[in-house]
Design a binder for this molecule. Sequence first.
Ligand code: 2PG
Ligand code: MG
Length: 414
Amino acid sequence: MPKISSIKAEETTDSRGNSTLLATCLLASGALGSASVPSGTSTGRHEACELRDPDGKGVQKAIKNVNEEIVKAVMGKEVDQTALDELLIKLDGTKNKSRLGANAILGVSLAFARATAKERNLELYEHLANLYFRDENARKYKIPEPAFNVLNGGKHAKNGLAFQEFLLIPIGFNTIMEKVEVTQKIIVSLKDLLLQNGQSIELGDEGGFAPKLKSNEEALEYLGKAISAAGYDTQKVKLGIDVAASSFWKNEHYAIEGKMLNAGEMISMYEKLCGKHEIISIEDGLNEEDFAGFAQMNKKLGGKINIVGDDLTVTNVELIKKAIENKSINTLLIKPNQIGTLSETLAAIKLARENNIKIFVSHRSGETVDSFIADLSVAVGAEFIKAGAPTRPERMAKYNRLIEIEKEISRSKI
Ligand code: 2PG
Ligand code: MG
């Protein structure tokens, strides 16, 4: 078992220019691993607590918690991932990791995983697969389908669009490299189209454009046109949306495009949109507490498209169980920092898998160039991954890592 020599946390900066935490773990063998923690804006109410300083911005307190209390508790310990994560959870002692901070805990958890992979001379995805699949024969590495967020709205932009993310999902191509290139071409066409129509090409938090369009449907129309203008068709390039509906849930209704809709009306709206556009995935279509509404939506549309839980389930086993009991989703979004340790993230994935729920691994809107989620997605055989527009370094870091892994996997098959 790996023996921890030391752990250190320091400050780094994310893609929005906000402080975040970078943790490094040194094992007695000399193996070293680092990981930085991303940060969300449209966070689910039940996410683990990201500890911020009283000014709401800094992470000095979380850093101090790692460098003092956590170091003291883990130094010299011989542990595996499960034992370390259990120790951290116990040390924190709260239900949502609010004392030490989920950012402090996750940084340590992921840095330890990287250091352990190094010690064992394994690629990170191989090590994560070992943690996830105890049975070596069950293991099969798979590159997930990438979903690229190219038009931003909601809390990620200041353009008044209610839906948070409009995603391109280029399914009709073989390699991840090709999928990235196709999307980059469509982005160029989209930019031209926006400019031709006098729209702004300002960017949102995840690198997609954030034009002030009159409706969500207009955004989907732009995507359709950009796909054809780039020489592709919607049989090969599908669409997805992350509605993040909790962000416009007001007075028990959805305040959208001047209307106040109920869950049934939202579902009818999605049905119509799916009839007109090649949508294969809808995330957080309803408010984060509405398990029954999600179930209705899953019943109506789940046979054809992904009904994805994000704020609804927040990578939390208890909430995932509730979603399973209610048949609320057929796809689960996975964000390690929603729950705060690697072991709990893997447990969430396992539970979903056992219940035939697809896995959709996700970045956060505030990201660093850390590509941990790329390895994670391959290790667990996720169906999908989203990491934003393939135009900015913190987003490309994930796609480039997938490209690298894909090459490596195909080499090992020869
Ligand atoms: C989401 C995420 C990532 P945030 O809602 O799925 O795209 O956004 O990180 O702001 O919660
Ligand atoms: Mg979401």
